[in-house]
Design a protein around this ligand. Structure first.
Ligand code: ATP
Ligand code: MN
Length: 465
């Protein structure tokens, strides 16, 4: 079986050897040439660089060569030779060409280069064939792999938390309902309420907005766990940083305090960025040259600097003293907007910032309460160009304090009885955080819209495919 990818041939031509036969398959990016020779740029998705196939016109049927157009898929056998032209080391001198699939130039949408990102979003089924999305999707894979490697190497266990749940995880976001009811004929109780007892699960369920609460159950048994799965939020906000379906990584660690949690978050992100620099330089170089001239420098700088660690109250003071006029006015107690977060990171400190000790009113019920009675041991990691990339906290491990907070918020213990059990039986100090996978990818790829770092984005009014 000869299953070399173009990447192997381009990067390590010695696996074939100059002068030896090769067999290559891929999609045609461009074809140019003259009456004597045609140059075909071939790509199979394994690398951003194309492999040049040289076809002497006298060796092939004119009709066959005519069918080789941008987007078509071909199988070429021939000889690997040193390239005469500039821009590549090796090329294939074609001896046979088989056409797997043509792509009618009249209707194939990816004819020229330089399509807008907006246009490409409308053809999400074809955009993986562009150089941009090839790079983004290879990086997406590399980051997913690196995440598992990072945790596996450090003794964390991958825990699969449910996607369908009856818990609303602290109200982290608006939820999508899950039901098998006939929406035209919803069963009602005598007093007119929806009768969820008759629904599939016998209760009201929704798609998860976070795996954290179940993740904590895992941490109280296995010590260190992480989740890595899809999360759903009916965010009707239409921002370049929010999706309705996104992937989240949520480590949860027994015996970690907030400082350990910050250390882990910082080390984790630096590792991932370094992994991209070490393993995906071709993709990064392409994105850097074509899209964002500061990308590689920004990535390198993040791996080297110490992240700033700062309390929310000090951050508010800095923002109050800032010369900049903010759209949302600053005062103690507000939930920071992306403009505030980016001011701190990009203008004031010029490096990533971990903000801690937020007012308890703007954070979830499970965060560990500080002695001041006003703030909780939350931590958000703020990044250049993005704002919040990680949200986390040390968790409240004290049963009574947790119960009081739940009551303050008008919630009941019954809703979360299984969660409270961890505080009743062998409670332990513990911490965790959630990293938005697509927010990480925005940073690593330099893309500016979150719709462009996931293959099939789900946003309001958009769920094609
Ligand atoms: P934001 O304030 O930006 O909406 P959040 O406070 O709702 O974020 P968390 O509930 O703490 O976020 O979720 C953890 C992480 O998940 C965030 O730091 C972010 O990286 C990511 N995230 C949250 N909501 C979305 C979304 N709708 N689309 C993509 N990523 C998201
Ligand atoms: Mn949100």
């Amino acid at each position: 079986m000869n299953k070399l990818r173009l990447k192997d041939i381009i990067k390590t031509p010695e696996v074939v050897g100059i002068g030896n036969p090769v067999d290559v398959k891929g999609w045609v990016r461009t074809k140019r040439g003259n009456n004597f020779v045609q140059f075909i740029q071939l790509n199979d998705g394994s690398i951003v660089t194309n492999l040049q196939v040289v076809a002497d016109t006298d060796k092939f049927d004119e009709a066959l060569l005519k069918q080789i157009t941008t987007g078509s898929c071909i199988h070429v056998t021939g000889k690997l030779v040193e390239s005469q032209g500039k821009g590549q080391n090796v090329e294939v001198q074609a001896e046979t060409i088989e056409i797997y699939g043509t792509a009618d130039p009249e209707i194939y949408p990816l004819q020229k280069k330089g399509h807008s990102m907006e246009f490409l979003r409308e053809i999400a089924h074809l955009r993986p064939r562009t150089n941009y999305f090839g790079c983004v999707l290879r990086l997406r894979h590399a980051m997913a792999f690196a995440i598992h490697k990072y945790f596996n190497d450090r003794g964390f266990y991958y825990l699969h938390t449910p996607l369908i749940t009856a818990s609303d995880a602290e109200g982290a976001g608006e939820m999508f309902n899950v039901t098998t009811f006939d929406l035209n004929n919803i069963p009602r109780t005598k007093d007119g309420q929806i009768d969820y007892k008759q629904d599939f699960f016998g209760k009201h369920t929704n798609l998860t907005v976070s795996g954290q609460l179940e993740g904590e159950l895992g941490a109280m048994a296995l010590g260190n766990i992480y989740t890595f799965g899809p999360t759903f939020r009916a965010e009707n906000s239409n921002t370049p940083r929010h999706l309705a379906e996104f992937w989240m990584i949520e480590p949860e660690m027994a015996f970690y305090d907030i400082t350990d949690n910050m250390d882990l978050a910082e080390d984790f992100i630096k590792y991932l960025v370094q992994y991209a620099l070490d393993n995906n330089m071709d993709d990064l170089k392409f994105l850097n040259d074509m899209f964002d001239k500061e990308l590689i420098a920004r990535l390198e700088s993040v791996t080297k600097v110490d992240f700033v660690r700062l309390g929310y109250t000090e951050a508010i003071d800095i923002l109050l003293q800032a010369k900049k006029k903010f759209e949302y006015p600053v005062k103690w107690g507000i939930d920071l907007q992306s403009e505030h977060e980016r001011y701190l990171v990009e203008n004031h400190f010029k490096k990533p910032v971990i903000l801690t000790d937020y007012p308890k009113e703007i954070k979830a019920f499970y965060m560990k309460q500080n002695d001041d009675g006003k703030t909780v041991r939350a931590m958000d990691v703020l990044f250049p160009t993005i704002g919040e990339i990680i949200g986390g906290s040390e968790r409240e491990a004290d049963y009574q304090k947790l119960l009081n907070r739940v009551h303050e918020l008008g919630m009941t213990e019954e809703q979360y009885w299984w969660y409270f059990d961890t505080r009743k039986f062998g409670s332990a100090p513990h911490s965790g955080f959630g990293l938005g996978f697509e927010r990480l990818l925005l940073f690593v790829t330099g893309m500016t819209n979150i719709r462009d770092v996931i293959p099939f984005p789900r946003t309001p009014q958009n769920a094609e495919f």
